[in-house]
Design a protein around this ligand. Sequence first.
Ligand SMILES: Cc1cc2nc3c(=O)[nH]c(=O)nc-3n(C[C@H](O)[C@H](O)[C@H](O)COP(=O)(O)OP(=O)(O)OC[C@H]3O[C@@H](n4cnc5c(N)ncnc54)[C@H](O)[C@@H]3O)c2cc1C
Length: 284
Amino acid sequence: MIPAQFDYLAPTTVEEALAALGQHGDDAKILAGGQSLLPVLRMRLNAPEVVIDLGRIESLRGIRDDGDAIVIGAMTQHSVVEHDPLVAEHAALISKAVEHLADHQIRHRGTFGGALAHADPAGDLGAPALALGAQFVIQGPGGSRTVAADDFFVDLFETAIGEDEILTEVRVPKHTGWGACYEKFVRVAHQWPIVAVAATVRVEGGTIAEAKIGLTNMGSTPLRARAVESALVGQPATEDAVRAAAAQAADGTNPPSDLNGEAAYRKHLATVLVRRAVLNASGA
Ligand SMILES: Cc1cc2nc3c(=O)[nH]c(=O)nc-3n(C[C@H](O)[C@H](O)[C@H](O)COP(=O)(O)OP(=O)(O)OC[C@H]3O[C@@H](n4cnc5c(N)ncnc54)[C@H](O)[C@@H]3O)c2cc1C
């Protein structure tokens, strides 16, 4: 289908984009890589009067080292994040998750910030961002504010970004030396996950010293498997110990039932994928 007619704006600064957003309010929509927005427009699930393309705002692109964090610009394409050496060294969980996100074409157009702002519960970036304790920098008419990952994902397709605001960058605390694995369960290649698990662990002398685990598609937002994280600390990185901790992976989750699987099946998958992801991340 062809989208409904809209006006197209392509500002070159965040300030211009915010001014356009302020002027057009509810009638405007931000365009990043367009990989989620364009299908929505083509299906006429949304018909904004104005589309504000962030593609010419250079300050929103790129990845930099900022001391104890890696900072990823919202308009940085998935393919850039995937191959970035800073991300691989200090936030390997993100590199591993992006590798599994859709196909090459979509990774080339889609953006890190666009995927997180879209907040699809089956999206591959929410769980790693949550597990790593990312901070979301959001700019609005009154200036910039920073929102912790725990508060960023509000509900299905809903984040803390206000209607007059733009996500500008994501700060990811460094996890240098941590092992990482993203286990994604799909029916066919390049699909959204039925369930996925983002795990990163720090192992000291064969013992799990710290563990952070995010779950994808186990509720309306990405979730932390906190019971498993606590159960893993101090345990040896062995099959038996990890299996026992992973049994709690579905605690407190509320996964959907759909054509790809019932909620009970997803809960079972979560325990299996957590075990695999933690063992892989800990090099066991
Ligand atoms: C066939 C197909 C398969 C896919 N498979 C996967 C998959 O397996 N895993 C996965 O995670 N994703 C998948 N995706 C989605 C892909 O990751 C998209 O890149 C992503 O969801 C949206 O990013 P985008 O840059 O294209 O944003 P857009 O589509 O341009 O925007 C998405 C939404 O976010 C808003 N937005 C974008 N940027 C900002 C910003 N900076 N500030 C405020 N709001 C903003 C837009 O207004 C819009 O509502 C798939 C997409 C397609 C088409």
